[in-house]
Structures are given as structure tokens and as C-alpha cells.
Write a protein that binds this ligand. Structure first.
Ligand code: NAD
Length: 453
């Protein structure tokens, strides 16, 4: 027997009771999340430090405060988001009421990865709660300290009948996925995304897939190298490069590369000191498996900056690789670590052709002082999100949808988009029973109808 059946049945009963539907219930759960963040702030920071050696500043801005602003946005807008949306009507329905009702799906499953182990559990959870669902959370088994807090502390801030945390790795998640859910929200890598999608197909369960990939970063000759280097180094080496929207590689001319290299070295030294291993602000690699995978990539091309590693600490130095070939392993897979290859192109057209030959990325970046160049990159490529002259700042706006396209995923969330993702949009028409004379014009026998054809 499937070990999750009882848990799922009790969530289904709770949803069936209608408990999660009133705005007051949803608001109370969101307030619970706010209290959870406030009262456990130190423990959360400690867990992020244990799992990823995340600096408190990085944890604050990329995990805790993002969750808080999503919760507060949902609390402030819950009533307006939940309102029926009245729509325009045709001649035949003038006296009727037509609207879109956003109703909860039911019991939803949220599966999360380890790289932002708080953010990527809580931000989707905010949307699922705001939309009135019951939820099963499956945090990553790799970020052990955060997994413990999510499973042992978070439930006491939520209604236990409506929310459950399930633990385990691939094997347990496979078993979990054998069950029927009303919606599945998955964040992780594209190959696991395929497994989730095929499990969802058994019940035709709607899904969101928030996946990864290789995010290109084009740097135009017309740029301020130090300005670009500061921004690129910050968002490539943030969380030790373990960020789904981090730039995976730079495309630029050889001349720009020569100007960027000293600027990047300067940025790395400014940020992490002469010996980055001693910096409190540089993260570590999540597991031995990922450490060995990344260490293997350090040998691709030539390390113009960094290149050092320490197995004991799972430390990989902030590294910039040059003389990298398109066919090198570092260009075949998502790097997901503090390694930044630079590939040379002759022009923006060549960069665009390079990008278009590959899978659509989750994010795409273009740096230039000439806004026409940035716009050209935007117009001639496709990606989940796009940011000109900076990195991942687009995802800090809750007014923008966040999600992938093609191989980088499907569906979107953040802000109101999360609420919509976890809501079924039910098209409703409430007709009047009057005007039967007029309505009878549509009934057979049709031979008596003259449509003037
Ligand atoms: P992952 O796909 O290995 O794991 C994600 C979740 O799926 C975990 O909870 C894990 O337990 C579960 N899982 C793993 N293998 C499974 C299997 N065979 N069957 C069923 N479940 C399984 O991803 P990860 O290593 O935790 O995270 C890194 C990946 O996530 C990268 O590709 C990154 O780009 C992507 N990511 C995407 C986003 C986004 O918002 N698009 C955000 C963060 C990470």
C-alpha cells in the first residue's frame, strides 16, 4: 500500500470540508508563515549557513526577505485577488452575469530543491495558501538542516489538517508521485522535471515546472568593463554559483574579454579578499557529488582567475575559464557552481546565433551602453526572463512573472502570478430564466429559422 495514502486522504477531507476557502483562513495561515520567519530567524540563518555556508546577508536578501514580501503582498491583496472578475458579454447574455472565478485546485504538491531551500518552499506555498489549497510540501533531502526546520518547526505555524510535509529523496518522491494530486509545482532540474511530468500525466494533473539550464550573458564591446565585472561576478558567485538564474557563461569578443579579465579579478578580490577561501561571504558546494562534478570542469580551457579547490570544505574558488571550446563538458551541462567560462564571438549576431542554436534558457542577460544592442538581444532570442545590464534583478520584482520556457520549464509564479498558478480559472455564466421567447429562437426545428443565409 502507498505509505502516503492516509496523509493525502486527510488533506482531501480537509479540503472537501471547505475549510481553506474563506479569506480569513488563508490570511491566518499567511500570518502563521510570517510568525514562523520572525520567530525562527536565527535558526533559519544557521541552517542556511550549515547547508550552504550562506552568508547572513545573502540569506536575508535571497531567502527571508523575499518570503516576507511575498507573504505581505498576498495578505494585502488577498481580497482583491479572490474577487470574481466580471467580463464583457455578447448580445444574447446582456441580462446575465458572466465572470471568472478563481477557485482552489484542491490538494497540491510542492517539490523543492536545495539551493534556496527556504525561498523555494515558502514562495510557492504562499501562492498555494492564498489560492485556498491544501498542500503537501516535499523539501529537498540535500539541504538537511533546512529540511529539519521545514518538517519539525513549520507545521506548528499552519493548520495541521490542511498542510503536510513529506520527507525523502528520489525513491520516496517517486512513491509520492504515484498518488493523485490536483496540482504539482516542481522546482528542480529538467531531467527530474520530465519524471514529474510523466507521473502527472497518469492523472492529467496540471503542473508548473521551474527548471534550470545554461543562462547566456552577452557583453558588448560598448560597455564599462568594471561595471559589468562587478555585476556579473556578484550574481555568478552569489550562493557559490548555485543559482538557477545565474549567468552560466559569457559571450563577448576577444578584445572585451581582455578588458573584462582584470576587472573580474578586481571584483573577486574586492568581494572575497586575496584568499576567497577565507571569506565569510563565499558559499560552499552542497554535496561531494556536486563538488567532484565541478572540480572536473575546472580543467576545461584555462583558469584565468581562480581554479583552486578544497575537497575537505567542498570549496571551489571563484573561477573564470578562457579558451573554452563549445564542445567542452563545461558547455554541455548547467554549471551550477562558481565557475564562469568566457566564449569568444565576433559580433552580437554571432552571439544571437549561438544562443538560438541551444535550448531556451531560464534567464538571458545582455550588457551594453547602447540600448539598441540590449533590445536586439531581447527581440531576437527567447528565454524565461530577461535582464539588461544586470543579473537576476528581474526576479526581485513581484510584478513580473517568473518561470521558464521550453527546456527551462513551464508556468510562472511570484506575486499575483503565484495566486493565479494555484487557482483554476472557472468561467461562469449565471443566466436569467426569463426572455424565453427570445431564447426559443435557438430550438429546433431549425427549418423554421431564417438566419438570412
Ligand atoms: P533535483 O531535480 O535533483 O531535485 C529537486 C527535487 O526533486 C528534490 O526535492 C528531490 O528530492 C526530488 N528528486 C530528485 N530526483 C528525483 C527523482 N528521480 N524522482 C522524483 N523526485 C526526485 O534538483 P536540485 O539538484 O535539488 O536543484 C538544482 C536544479 O534545480 C538545477 O537544475 C536548477 O537550475 C534548478 N532550479 C530551478 C529553479 C527555478 O526557479 N527555475 C530554482 C532553483 C533551482
Amino acid at each position: 500500500m502507498n505509505p502516503f495514502l492516509d496523509t493525502l486522504q486527510s488533506l482531501r477531507d480537509a479540503f472537501g470540508s471547505g475549510k481553506t476557502r474563506p479569506a480569513e483562513f488563508r490570511a491566518a495561515q499567511l500570518e502563521g508563515l510570517n510568525r514562523f520567519l520572525k520567530e525562527n530567524r536565527d535558526a533559519l540563518l544557521a541552517a542556511l549557513a550549515q547547508d550552504l555556508h550562506k552568508a547572513p546577508f545573502e540569506s536575508e536578501i535571497s531567502e527571508i526577505s523575499i518570503c516576507q514580501s511575498e507573504i505581505n503582498l498576498a495578505l494585502n491583496n488577498l481580497h482583491s485577488w479572490m474577487k470574481d472578475e466580471h467580463v464583457s458579454k455578447n448580445l444574447a447574455t446582456q441580462l446575465d452575469t458572466a465572470f471568472i472565478r478563481r477557485e482552489p485546485y484542491g490538494v497540491v504538491l510542492i517539490i523543492s530543491p536545495w539551493n534556496y531551500p527556504l525561498n523555494l518552499v515558502l514562495v510557492p506555498l504562499v501562492g498555494a495558501i492564498a489560492a485556498g489549497n491544501c498542500v503537501v510540501l516535499k523539501p529537498s533531502e540535500m539541504s538537511k538542516s533546512m529540511e529539519k526546520i521545514i518538517s519539525e518547526v513549520l507545521p506548528s505555524y499552519l493548520d495541521k489538517n490542511c498542510f503536510a510535509v513529506v520527507l525523502g529523496g528520489p525513491q520516496e518522491t517517486t512513491t509520492l508521485l504515484e498518488n493523485k494530486f490536483d496540482y504539482i509545482f516542481f522546482t528542480g532540474n529538467p531531467s527530474v522535471g520530465r519524471i514529474v511530468m510523466s507521473a502527472a500525466s497518469k492523472y492529467l494533473t496540471p503542473i508548473t515546472l521551474e527548471l534550470g539550464g545554461k543562462n547566456p550573458c552577452y557583453v558588448d564591446d560598448n560597455c564599462d568593463p568594471q561595471n559589468v565585472a562587478n555585476r556579473v561576478a556578484w550574481f555568478r558567485f552569489f550562493n557559490a554559483g548555485q543559482t538557477c538564474v545565474a549567468p552560466d557563461y559569457i559571450l563577448c569578443t576577444r578584445e572585451t574579454q581582455e578588458k573584462l579579465l582584470p576587472a573580474l579579478q578586481n571584483a573577486v578580490t574586492q568581494f572575497y579578499g586575496k584568499d576567497p577561501q577565507g571569506s565569510p561571504d563565499l558559499g560552499r558546494i552542497i554535496s561531494d557529488k556536486h563538488f567532484h562534478r565541478l572540480r572536473g570542469l575546472l580543467g576545461n580551457g584555462r583558469a584565468a582567475i581562480g581554479g583552486q579547490s578544497d575537497e575537505q570544505e567542498r570549496y571551489i574558488a571563484p573561477t573564470v575559464l578562457v579558451d573554452v571550446k563549445e564542445t567542452d563538458p563545461v558547455m554541455q551541462e548547467e554549471i551550477f557552481g562558481p565557475i564562469l567560462p568566457i566564449l569568444n564571438v565576433q559580433s552580437i549576431d554571432e552571439a544571437i546565433a549561438f544562443i538560438r542554436k541551444r535550448e531556451k534558457p531560464l534567464a538571458l542577460y545582455a550588457f551594453s551602453k547602447d540600448s539598441k544592442v540590449v533590445r536586439q538581444m531581447l527581440e531576437q532570442t527567447s528565454s524565461g526572463g530577461f535582464c539588461g545590464n544586470d543579473g537576476f534583478m528581474h526576479m526581485t520584482l513581484t510584478t513580473l512573472p517568473f518561470g521558464g520556457v521550453g527546456n527551462s520549464g513551464m508556468g510562472m509564479y511570484h506575486g499575483k502570478f503565484s495566486f493565479d498558478t494555484f487557482s483554476h480559472q472557472r468561467g461562469c455564466l449565471l443566466r436569467s430564466s426569463g426572455m424565453e421567447k427570445l431564447n426559443s429562437l435557438r430550438y429546433p426545428p431549425y427549418a423554421q429559422r431564417n438566419l438570412g443565409l
